[in-house]
Design a protein around this ligand. Structure first.
Ligand code: ZN
Length: 253
């Protein structure tokens, strides 16, 4: 089973679908892996995560990702698109041209995995939309959408994942359902494939998070964060989407 997973940034696919991508000879194609323009300086996010120069930070992140690809036994491929923090405006991006670049990597894949863009980060939405177009261009009849981690646990894991009732004053499922609806995806949250991470899977995910060392603290995934909330590492979710289905609302037009 040759999986090609589209990742918006240098960490998304590996953080979101570690179990499905590990040991399967997968390819991870990161869309926004480009370096900032010469003389760019330092972005706000990079300042928040302790960097003083965005070009140096992006080089660090590429090295972190290469380490993670080794942990997964996966092949990393990288497009040179600049992520939102390094570009002026979304208008710079031609979605069809991007889809064409992505499609070249999806031809021959058994499965195309794309971000669901839970949390609606603009780059994740672009990666999903271009990825859907690319999958069609490459002749795929279905795709798998992975739940973006850690966005997916903004309100914790929903009850249908944990098997435990929602707490009186916190229910993640309506929010998750709304994220999918807002994306125009005709799938319900509760139909997710749920991967329960066993101890070996949690250990791998812990190592992956540790390798993405420049991002882990800001994502609240430091060792102390995970020690306090080990359930963060409990699950990974995905949805299968039929691109030919009559209820497919992702089809353009
Ligand atoms: Zn991301």
């Amino acid at each position: 089973m040759a999986i090609v997973a589209i990742s918006a940034h240098l960490d998304d696919a590996a953080l979101s679908a570690s179990a499905s991508l590990s040991g399967a000879g997968a390819t991870v194609l990161t869309v926004f892996a480009g370096m900032p323009a010469p003389g760019f300086g330092v972005s706000l996010w990079d300042q928040v995560t302790g960097a003083t120069n965005s070009a140096e930070r992006q080089a660090e992140r590429l090295a972190e990702d290469a380490e993670v690809m080794r942990l997964l036994g996966a092949r990393g491929c990288y497009l040179d698109e600049r992520e939102a923090q390094y570009r002026e405006a979304r208008a710079d991006l031609d979605l069809d041209a991007l889809a064409g670049r992505i499609a070249a990597h999806l031809t021959g894949a058994d499965e195309a995995w794309l971000p669901a863009a839970i949390g609606r980060h603009g780059d994740h939405v672009i990666a999903r939309e271009a990825g859907l177009r690319a999958a069609r261009l490459a002749g795929h009849r279905h795709v798998v959408l992975y739940a973006d981690f850690p966005y997916v646990i903004t309100y914790g894991w929903p009850a249908f994942v944990t098997g435990q009732p929602a707490s009186t004053y916190l229910d993640a499922e309506p929010w998750l359902a709304h994220e999918l609806t807002a994306a125009g995806l005709a799938i319900s949250a509760g139909t997710a494939g749920v991967v329960s991470l066993r101890p070996a899977g949690r250990e791998l995910k812990t190592r992956i998070i540790g390798a993405y060392r420049s991002q882990a603290a800001a994502l609240r995934l430091r060792g102390e964060d995970l020690a306090c909330q080990p359930e963060k590492l409990g699950y990974e979710l995905f949805w299968r989407v039929d691109l030919d289905g009559k209820h497919d609302r992702t089809r353009p037009g």
